[in-house]
Ligand binder design. Structure first.
Ligand code: GYE
Length: 297
């Protein structure tokens, strides 16, 4: 059957991670809005941060004989078995926003940013802003997820050249605003407010939570404490404009159009690149205000 847009009506299963961040919710909206617009029958599962729920969702998509599967893999390992089952059923699997440790033959393509580069960009900004010297609190994402692993590595590798910059506190905030707030409260208690010169948050939501915790402790995020995040979500750009945050780098979240396009192409026998990458613009006080009104989500 043809939809109003002229495409064959597809049935696609989407195993989403959950709703831990503003970024994640916007990505969900991109995929559900695009499905509506393109007349795609979308089976949406919110896995509540559990890999087991994602594996169960994929198995039910296979049983329902969907045309394609979109998976945002919560962690990087443990996918071989279930992706082997999807492959055996001949169903293309498009990975979105997180990569996995598995043979590339088990999936069609991964649409994902360069997260090592993002960590490096945050490190580069901080090394300059701190003049090569200072104490940093690191807020990490979901343990074992590809952005947590890669962003940590990109930052640490770059900072090897700066021996006078120290990570004085380092904990996961699970990519959530409340996690960022709690970890920052604990860091302030453990290290002392006056001993913290910067915060490196592996996503913007945790940076925003940390800003709240610092303000409650009478600190001045954005001025005496430098704050860098990742994603470039709306509230982070607003915080940069307000002067409470210093830097962020975009993670693409307009995932609907490229994901469904990849499924159509895979079904048509087109050979896709294994890694589909988007631009990652950087934002500071110099360009945040101009960018904010044109953000799609
Ligand atoms: O940066 C973060 C999140 O996997 C790239 O997950 C994604 C990350 C994103 O919830 O905000």
């Amino acid at each position: 059957m043809a939809s109003s847009s002229g495409h064959k009506t597809l049935t696609v299963g989407f195993a989403q991670i959950g709703a831990e961040s503003a970024w994640r919710t916007a990505e969900t909206n991109s995929i559900t809005d695009t499905a509506k617009k393109e007349g795609i029958n979308l089976k949406f599962v919110d896995a509540q941060q559990q890999q087991a729920n994602q594996i169960a969702a994929i198995r039910s998509f296979i049983a329902e004989k969907v045309d394609g599967i979109i998976l945002a893999p919560v962690v990087a390992t443990g996918w071989d078995q279930v992706l082997g089952e999807a492959k055996a059923a001949g169903i293309p699997v498009i990975l979105v926003d997180r990569s996995i440790d598995a043979s590339p033959s088990l999936y069609t393509t991964v649409i994902v940013g360069d997260y090592v580069y993002q960590g490096k960009a945050d490190a580069e900004y901080l090394a300059k802003a701190l003049d090569g010297k200072g104490n940093v609190v690191e807020l990490e994402g979901t343990p074992g997820s590809s952005p947590q692993i890669d962003r940590k590595k990109g930052f640490a590798d770059y900072m090897k050249a700066y021996p006078d910059i120290h990570i004085v506190y380092d904990q996961t905030g699970n990519f959530t605003r409340s996690g960022g707030l709690q970890v920052m409260e604990a860091a302030i208690k453990a290290v002392g407010a006056s001993n913290i010169n910067a915060v490196y948050a592996q996503n913007d939501d945790m940076a925003l939570g940390a800003i709240q915790a610092m303000q409650a402790a009478g600190m001045q995020p954005g001025t005496t404490v430098k704050v860098v995040g990742i994603d470039a979500v709306h509230d982070a750009l607003q915080a940069i404009i307000n002067g409470t945050m210093n830097f962020t780098i975009q993670t693409d979240l307009i995932m609907g159009p490229p994901a469904f396009k990849a499924i159509r192409e895979a079904l048509a026998g087109v050979k896709l690149p294994k890694w589909i990458k988007a631009d990652q613009p950087e934002f500071t006080i110099a360009n945040a205000a101009a960018a904010l009104p044109t953000r799609a989500y």
